[in-house]
Unconditional design. Structure first.
Length: 173
C-alpha cells in the first residue's frame, strides 16, 4: 500500500478514517452516543482547514488501498507545548481496523519520523489514551512513557500518556 503526503482533496477520506477509527478504537472508553454523534462533515471541515494551512512545520501522510481508498493517516510536526526535551510530535495516527497489524502503523510513524529528521528534528513524542488498546504499539517501537495527564472527552475523565523517543533513528527509522 502506498503512502503519500496528503492534499486538500484527501480531506473527506481522512475524515472518514478519523471518525470510523474513533468509533472502533474508543468504543469501550467513551459513551456510545458521543461516538455515534461524531459527524463526518464536521471532521471534514476541520481537515480542510488543517490541510489548507500546512506549513513546513506540520504534515499529514495517508495510506491507500489498491483502489485508492484512504485506509489510514498520520500527522506530525513540531511539538506543540514547548517541551524542551522532545522537539517533534506525532499528532495523530489512525488506521481502519481491517488494515491494522499489517505494518502500516510502523510505516506511517517511520514516515513522520523521517520527515521530522529532514527538518533537523530527531526527538519525538506522541500522546495516547492510556487505555487505548494500541498503546503497546508505541512501546514496541521503542517509545518510553515520559509523561501523563488527565483529560476530559465527552464528560469522561481519561488519562493520556506520552511516549517519547530521544532519538528516532534508534528504533523507528
Amino acid at each position: 500500500m502506498a503512502i503519500r503526503e496528503a492534499n486538500l482533496a484527501d480531506a473527506p477520506g481522512i475524515a472518514k478514517v478519523h471518525i470510523d477509527t474513533w468509533r472502533t478504537t474508543y468504543s469501550k472508553l467513551m459513551p456510545a452516543k458521543f461516538l455515534a454523534d461524531l459527524s463526518y462533515e464536521e471532521r471534514e471541515t476541520k481537515w480542510v482547514k488543517i490541510l489548507s494551512n500546512i506549513t513546513q512545520d506540520d504534515f499529514t501522510y495517508i495510506t491507500e488501498d489498491e483502489t485508492g481508498q484512504i485506509v489510514g493517516f498520520a500527522s506530525g510536526g513540531k511539538e506543540r507545548t514547548g517541551d524542551c526535551l522532545y522537539q517533534g510530535e506525532l499528532y495523530a495516527i489512525y488506521i481502519l481496523e481491517k488494515y491494522q497489524r499489517q505494518g502500516l502503523g510502523y510505516r506511517l510513524v517511520s514516515t513522520i519520523a523521517t520527515r521530522l529528521m529532514q527538518s533537523g528534528i530527531s526527538s519525538m513524542l506522541v500522546w495516547v489514551l492510556a487505555d487505548n488498546p494500541a498503546a503497546h504499539f508505541y512501546q514496541s517501537l521503542g517509545g518510553q512513557q515520559v509523561n501523563q495527564k488527565q483529560i476530559e472527552i465527552a464528560t469522561v475523565q481519561l488519562v493520556e500518556v506520552a511516549y517519547g523517543w530521544i532519538d528516532t533513528r534508534k528504533g523507528i527509522i
